[in-house]
Design a protein around this ligand. Structure first.
Ligand SMILES: [Ca+2]
Ligand SMILES: [Ca+2]
Length: 328
């Protein structure tokens, strides 16, 4: 718990047990300016690309992503899921992105401190025959792996609304501008300078060095998705950071869990922002998610592929990564 939150809790306790004394104090301070909630001393943050920082014990480790310009999108895609038109996006300022997907331990710290109540139930993959269905007994604390999640597994079974509550808590805790990545920032970070279909090139069967994908070890009989023809060693979820980082020093953008992003889903891309900011005005019945999960068709693990789901959706393969604006 932060110093400020602890102070707030202590003051609430005092209010409960000695109301008379507090009322005198309140009368004495009627004409005083309201006291601002103290925030912890800011952590010194470098804005040099590649630098990393962590602003509280429970906070995600952040990496500074360089400014730059890139071709966003792909002139193709599945039926009903066009990924274009390709447009040039220029991100003029560095920003920070989580080095990893938000972990179980990090998310638990938020729930413990805030009392946040997420939704109940989660969409999971069943086999025999293979099908997706909602299991009402599951939550982020039990995403249906058949075992308890590890502290360093990415959190899953959280909705876009939960992801927003998490970054709001980080803002309150640190006093700093934490948020979700935009679709453009996410794609820029995942491509990391590559123009190939995958960040490492065109061959999907090289995926297993770069992320936890739908691979030979996890392929389900009869499930209508194509697995990468390689073995990444993880049949389902993997702890964060087990694969090679990309050129920006970020891990697991491709695979493991889908990562909610800020944008409302507009397909095809419209005349919306091309400065890296999120599109928030069209298609807000669904929000973007990126990167594919451990059970997603390998073609959906390309950086240009665009997930889209309602803000309250809970899925065993949906988690998040955070972003933070940086000072100029
Ligand atoms: Ca895998
Ligand atoms: Ca991911």
């Amino acid at each position: 718990m932060s110093t400020s939150l602890r102070a707030l809790q202590v003051s609430r306790t005092l209010l409960a047990i000695i109301p008379l004394a507090i009322s005198h104090l309140m009368m004495a301070s009627l004409h005083a300016a309201p006291a601002a909630t103290p925030l912890p001393a800011p952590v010194s943050v470098s804005v040099a690309p590649g630098a990393s920082f962590k602003e509280c014990a429970e906070c995600p480790t952040m990496v500074v992503v360089p400014a730059g310009s890139f071709a966003m999108g792909f002139d193709g895609g599945e039926d009903g899921r066009y990924e274009g038109p390709v447009r040039q996006v220029t991100i003029e300022r560095t920003f920070a992105a989580g080095r990893f997907e938000v972990t179980q331990a990090e998310y638990r710290a938020f729930v413990t401190a805030s009392g946040h109540q997420g939704g109940q139930g989660c969409n999971v993959l069943r086999t025999g025959p293979a099908r997706l269905e909602r299991d009402a007994a599951l939550t982020w604390q039990n995403p249906g792996y058949g075992r308890a999640p590890r502290d360093d597994d990415p959190v899953a079974c959280i909705s876009w609304n939960d992801a927003q509550a998490y970054v709001a808590w980080l803002r309150e805790k640190t006093g700093q501008p934490y948020r979700l990545l935009s679709e453009a920032e996410w794609e820029y970070a995942a491509k990391a300078g590559s123009t190939a279909p995958f960040p490492w090139g065109a061959n999907p069967d090289e995926a297993c060095r770069h992320g936890n994908v739908y691979d030979r070890s996890g392929a389900r009989a009869g499930f209508p998705a194509t697995a990468a023809n390689c073995d990444d060693g993880f049949e389902q979820i993997a702890p964060v950071g087990r694969f090679q980082p990309n050129r920006f020093g970020l891990y697991d953008l491709v695979g493991n869990v889908w990562e909610w992003v800020e944008d409302c889903y507009q397909m095809p891309y419209g005349a919306g922002p091309v400065d890296g900011s999120a599109q928030r005005t069209v298609g807000c019945d669904r929000h973007g998610s990126r990167g594919g999960g451990w059970r997603s068709d390998i073609s959906r693990q390309r950086p240009s592929f665009r997930g889209r789901d309602p803000a309250e959706l809970l899925s065993a393969v949906f988690g998040l990564r955070v972003a933070r604006d940086l000072p100029r």
